[in-house]
Unconditional design. Sequence first.
Length: 203
Amino acid sequence: MTWAESSLPASPTNDPPTTRSAPNPGELDKTQECGGGVVEPRSAMLVARTGRSRPGRPRQEGETMSSGIAVEDSCFERYQELKERQYRYVIFKVRDDLKGIVVEKVGSRTAPWDEFVDAFPEKDCRYAVYDLEYEMAPGEGLRSRICFVLWSPMVAPIRKRLIYAYSKEAIAKSLQGVAANIEAADLSDLDQATVVGRFTRGK
C-alpha cells in the first residue's frame, strides 16, 4: 500500500496542513492487526514455513514442522540408539490428535527385512528407518546404510496421505545420517533386492 501525503484546507488560524506519514520500515517486522486477524512478523512466518528457528539444529520436542506437527524427543532418542546398533528399525506414526510424531515400534537388531515390511499397516501411513546391511560383492564383507521410508499405501485415507507427505521432508532431514529415502505406495516398492540395488549400483 502506498501512503501519500494529503493536505487539508487551510484553517482561518493558518494551522499547518495535516499529513499521513509512511510507516517506519522497522515496524514491518512487528505483529500487526489487519481486518480482525493478525499478520505474523516475517521471522515468525519463516519458522512456521521451515519448522526451524536456526539452520542445521536438530528439531526438539515442541518445535513444529511446516505441517504444524511436532517431532517428539523419543523419535530422536530411538533413532540415535538405532545408529548405535541397539535396534534394526524404528517405526514412527502421527498421533491421532495430529499434535506430534511418536515412536510406534522398534525392531530388535536381529529383525529381518520381511518383519520390518510386515509391521506397516495395510490402510494407514507411517514413517520408518531401517539399518540395512548388504554386500557390494561376494567376499567384500557387510556394509550398512540407513534407509528412511514413507509408507503411504494407495488405500489409505487421502487426508492421511496428505498429512504424511506434507511432513515427510522435515522429519527426514531431522534424522541425520540417512542414506536413502524410499516412498512406498505398495509392497513392491519395498522389495529388498531393489532397495539393496540402489546401493550396489552406487545410486
